[in-house]
Structure formats: structure tokens, C-alpha cells
Design a protein around this ligand. Structure first.
Ligand SMILES: Nc1ncnc2c1ncn2[C@@H]1O[C@H](COP(=O)(O)OP(=O)(O)O)[C@@H](O)[C@H]1O
Ligand SMILES: [Mg+2]
Length: 533
């Protein structure tokens, strides 16, 4: 019927069915497209809604290309509306008449497509060709069925169909948007996104929880896993590098829960952070000098406060000729230097074997002759090994950890070492901390959604049992404007000679450091220096 695939088609149902087995699964998404309540007409649908029919192990046709194919669209859609859900795609019909029709048409065309197309062939194509193939066939179907559509509608339909066949169905428009940081799916009816630091609901819906579960299976199948009652939790990754967590019933009570931390291809730079007000220009210079002069740095902050982004910025100031080794749970950092070895931890497999922990990675790192070690996120006993590394000639090592203030960051490190069973007296641990960490950079996401660097703090030494800290640079919150946006300022605390002064001098950066600190001082109306508010 449609040129390219006629053969399978005419061979009769008996032959065509096994070939089209995967179609059952693909037939599922279209039914569940936003706002569509119509069951696709095909009788095969019965098995499609059964999650167990999903080919959960082994990649599905087109899994890989899918996200990539969607990617090129990102810039336009991101530009088109920077903060609101994308109209038309992620937001389903408000004016439902046309939309109902649209979804009916789509379902009909989709079923015809599934009949006409050989999915196993499609799986062998790259994303571009697969899309072209689908495009051709859909156009043929449209003209054969005499469907009347505008070019724009036709394009939209085509996108939708490609998303369902090649990608992650209703999630695709969200995945394509570059302005979204996180996607949170709480069961089939509740999809939230984080845009500009704020969490907001979307109108994206799945047909039902089994469609959602199918998509979850499709995602985790890429790492050879499946999620079910027996193993209801899984961390995975999308082909574009986005981190995914899936937790399904019975653990998540109201349907599968899917959390995606979108991978940003273009990481923010320090200059952009200055534009956003995350840090002042002087503060950025200070951070740059900290990076260049090989201070050991801990970046501390809450979830989504921008720690990894900041760490990525700091790595830009590493010299080209240094050997850098990065250890991460899921590779996010994008170092520009040529001499980088990237390591990644591995979760245990289904049988609970084969796990490689962060601690093992960091320890192994030490045998790889690193000059700097970068640990994406420190959460456990690897804290000990990172401190050891910092202490033993790997100056300029860095890591992030989860804490709400520089002081809390230190107690977290202490806690991780204590919990790691190292059996060291607290005093020794503290001494170890003070002799290894030079600077703590605190990142925060404020209540208005904006991200700020709130402290650049030096670790000085111990006084008795207590570690002494010295703030170099802080952010003061001064108030709030009429729109609820926080007004504040970054300032240096008036310390003329930071503890890393000599270090900066060694790298010939002391003049810039002094100038930046000077320029960042805040004086009151009488010219008096302001020390804190
Ligand atoms: N200074 C910033 N301004 C605006 N957005 C930011 C800033 N820093 C980070 N982001 C965005 O916030 C999200 C979370 O950042 P990330 O660095 O991964 O956070 P964390 O590692 O603290 O969980 C990303 O989408 C990132 O692009
Ligand atoms: Mg992070």
C-alpha cells in the first residue's frame, strides 16, 4: 500500500504480526497523547496497555535517536517562551473542539502508519532518516485519507507521531525545551517542571499509568534494567545525558514516579552567572583566581542550587597541561582541557552485584597519577579519600556536597568520615579537614527561584575543638521588590589578605585578587566600611 513496506504488508497477517510485534508498544503512546481519551481502534491495543508486554530489556526501535532527533528543536522552543509551558504541545487543548478532532485524526493516522511501516527496519535507521521515512508515509496517508489540514497542523501532527514512535511520547516536548531544569512526573496526571528556579505544573498528561510505566520501562531498558514490583527503583540516563530516577508501585503509591534532571548541553559560564546576578563581577574574578591558584575547593549547596554548574565553571580555570581525573555518579561535568580522564560509578546489577562505589573510584584515582581530582558529588566515605588527596599534593582538587552553609558543609564532611567507620577522634578529623580544604563556595537557590553564591569562605584552622572559618565574600539579602524578587548585594568582607594570598601570589594573581576584593567592598553613606547587616 505504501511503497516502502508493501511486502510485509501484503504477506498477510500471519507473517506481519511477529514483525510488527513492537508496534503493540508503540501503538500505546498515541492513545495517551495529551487530551486524547479515544482508544486507538486496533484490537492489538489490549496487549499494548499491559506494561509487561513492553520490550523492557534491550533497546526499543529508535530509542537512541529519539532524544537526539528532538534536540535540534530545542533552541526555537526554548526561545519562543522562556518561562511558560509550550503552548500547543505541552499544553493540551483548551479550546477543545478542534483538538478533539485533532487527536481523533492523529489516532487514525497513527494506526495506518503502524500498519504501513516496518518498525524493525525503522530501528536500524538513524534518527534523521527515521523521521523522514515517517514523514513521507504520514504525508501519503494524509493525502490518501483526504484529511484536510493546514501545513502547521500537519507539522504538529508529524512531530507528535514521531515522538510517540521514536521517543518518550508526551514527555518529548518537555525534553526538547532547554529552559527546563527538571521534569517531575507524579503518576499519569501530574507533571511538574522546574523553570527559572521555580517549580510549576504543566498540562502534560499520560493516557494512564500503564502508558507512563511503558515509558519508564523504555527509559530503564537502555541500561538493561526493568522496573517492576520486584525491583521498583532504578536510576538511569537518557541518551542525551539527562539523569533519571524511576520509582514505581507499590513503593510509589499513586502510580509511577519519574524524575528527570535535564542535561544542559551548554553549561552556564561564569560570565552568564554574572549576568544573572548569581555572583558579582568581582566575585567571579575571585572564583577565577581560586580556580587558577589551585585552592582545594568544596562547593556546598542544596539540591538544584547550581553546585555542579559552578564546579563546571571552576574547572575552566584549570591549566591545559594538568592531568585531571573526574569521578561522578553520572557524568555531567564538561571539562575543556585535553588531559582529562572521566570515571563513573556503577550501581549494582539486578542480582546485586558489580557495584563500584565512589570511594573505590576516588581511591583508584590516586593510583592514576592525577594532578587534580574532581569529585562530582561527595556523599559518603569517599570524603576521606578526597581529603587525603587534597592533602597529599593534589592541590586544586574539588568536590560538591549537599549542605546549607559553609559551617554545615564541614560538619557534613566530618559526619561522612565518622559514618564511614574510620574510627578517628573528632579532633583528628577536624585537623584533616582544615589542612586539606582551602575554600568553601556556598550556592543557594533563594525563595524567588534565583540562584546566588552566598559565601566564599576560607577554612582557617582549628581553635580548640572548633574549626575557624573566614568569610571573604558574602551575599546580603536587603529586601524584596514589588514582584517578590529578592534584592541583595554581593560584597567582600574587608579582609585584605585572604589565607590563600601567598598561593595567589605564586600564580601571579595577587594584584587582581587585591583589586577585586577592594572593589567589592561596600561603604555606607559616610564612607565607612560596612561589615555585615
Ligand atoms: N546561576 C544559575 N542561574 C540560573 N540557573 C542555574 C544556575 N546554576 C545552575 N542553574 C540551573 O539549575 C539547574 C540545576 O543545576 P545543578 O548545577 O545541576 O544543581 P546541583 O548540582 O546543585 O543539584 C540546572 O538546570 C542549571 O542549568
Ligand atoms: Mg549536582
Amino acid at each position: 500500500m505504501f511503497g516502502r513496506r508493501g511486502k510485509d504488508n501484503q504477506d498477510g497477517a500471519g507473517h506481519a504480526d511477529p514483525v510488527r510485534a513492537p508496534a503493540n508498544v508503540h501503538a500505546n503512546p498515541p492513545g495517551g497523547s495529551p487530551g486524547n481519551s479515544t482508544e486507538p481502534p486496533s484490537g492489538r491495543q489490549a496487549s499494548a496497555s499491559d506494561p509487561r508486554q513492553a520490550p523492557a530489556t534491550g533497546p526499543l526501535p529508535g530509542d537512541g535517536p529519539a532524544a537526539k532527533a528532538a534536540a535540534p528543536k530545542a533552541p526555537e522552543s526554548a526561545k519562543a517562551e522562556s518561562a511558560r509551558p509550550e503552548p500547543g504541545k505541552s499544553e493540551p487543548p483548551q479550546t477543545s473542539r478542534r483538538s478533539e478532532e485533532y487527536y481523533d485524526t492523529k489516532t487514525a493516522i497513527f494506526s495506518a502508519l503502524i500498519d504501513a511501516i516496518d518498525l524493525s527496519q525503522l530501528a536500524k535507521m538513524d534518527a534523521e532518516s527515521a523521521r523522514d521515512e515517517i514523514r513521507d508515509i504520514v504525508n501519503e496517508i494524509i493525502s490518501l485519507k483526504n484529511v484536510i489540514m493546514s501545513i502547521a497542523e500537519q507539522e504538529e501532527l508529524l512531530d507528535d507521531i514521531c515522538n510517540d514512535v521514536l521517543g518518550y511520547g508526551p514527555l518529548e516536548p518537555l525534553l526538547a525545551r532547554d529552559d527546563i531544569a527538571d521534569i517531575m512526573v507524579n503518576g499519569s496526571d501530574n507533571v511538574y517542571i522546574e523553570v527559572s528556579g521555580k517549580i510549576e505544573p504543566t498540562h502534560v498528561r499520560f493516557r494512564d499509568n500503564s502508558q507512563l510505566l511503558n515509558i519508564c520501562q523504555r527509559i530503564v531498558s537502555q541500561i538493561g534494567r526493568r522496573v517492576d514490583e520486584a525491583s521498583p527503583i532504578c536510576d538511569a540516563r537518557l541518551p542525551d545525558g539527562s539523569r533519571v530516577n524511576v520509582i514505581v508501585p507499590p513503593l510509589s503509591i499513586d502510580g509511577p514516579s519519574l524524575t528527570i534532571r535535564k542535561f544542559k548541553k551548554d553549561k552556564l559560564t561564569l560570565e552568564q552567572m554574572v549576568d544573572f546576578g548569581t555572583i558579582s563581577p568581582e566575585g567571579a574574578t575571585i572564583l577565577e583566581i581560586i580556580g587558577r591558584s589551585r585552592c582545594n575547593v568544596v562547593i556546598s549547596g542544596g539540591t538544584g542550587s547550581g553546585k555542579t554548574t559552578l564546579l563546571n565553571c571552576l574547572t575552566r580555570y584549570i591549566d591545559e597541561d594538568e592531568r585531571v581525573i573526574t569521578c561522578e555518579d553520572a557524568a555531567e561535568l564538561q571539562l575543556q582541557q585535553p588531559h582529562v580522564v572521566r570515571l563513573e560509578t556503577r550501581p549494582p546489577n539486578l542480582e546485586g552485584e558489580g557495584e563500584v562505589t565512589m570511594r573505590e573510584l576516588v581511591r583508584n584515582c590516586l593510583r592514576m597519577r592525577p594532578e587534580r581530582i574532581i569529585v562530582g558529588e561527595v556523599r559518603g566515605p569517599e570524603a576521606f579519600d578526597l581529603l587525603q588527596a587534597m592533602n597529599t599534593g593534589h592541590d586544586g582538587s574539588m568536590g560538591t556536597l549537599h549542605a546549607n552553609s559553609p559551617r554545615e558543609a564541614l560538619s557534613r564532611v566530618e559526619g561522612m568520615i565518622t559514618m564511614g567507620g574510620f574510627n578517628l577522634p573528632p579532633r583528628t578529623i577536624r585537623e584533616m579537614i582544615t589542612s586539606s580544604i582551602d575554600v568553601i563556595v556556598q550556592a543557594a537557590r533563594l525563595r524567588d527561584g534565583s540562584r546566588r553564591i552566598t559565601h566564599v569562605t576560607e577554612v582557617m584552622g582549628t581553635e580548640g575543638e572548633v574549626i575557624t572559618l573566614q568569610d571573604l565574600f558574602v551575599y546580603d539579602i536587603l529586601g524584596e521588590d514589588a514582584n517578590g524578587r529578592i534584592i541583595g548585594r554581593h560584597r567582600s568582607t574587608g579582609i585584605a589578605r585572604p589565607a590563600f594570598w601567598e598561593r595567589a601570589r605564586y600564580f601571579n594573581e595577587e594584584k587582581r585578587l587585591a583589586a577585586a576584593l577592594d572593589a567589592a567592598e561596600v561603604h555606607d553613606d559616610n564612607g565607612m566600611e560596612v561589615f555585615g547587616t
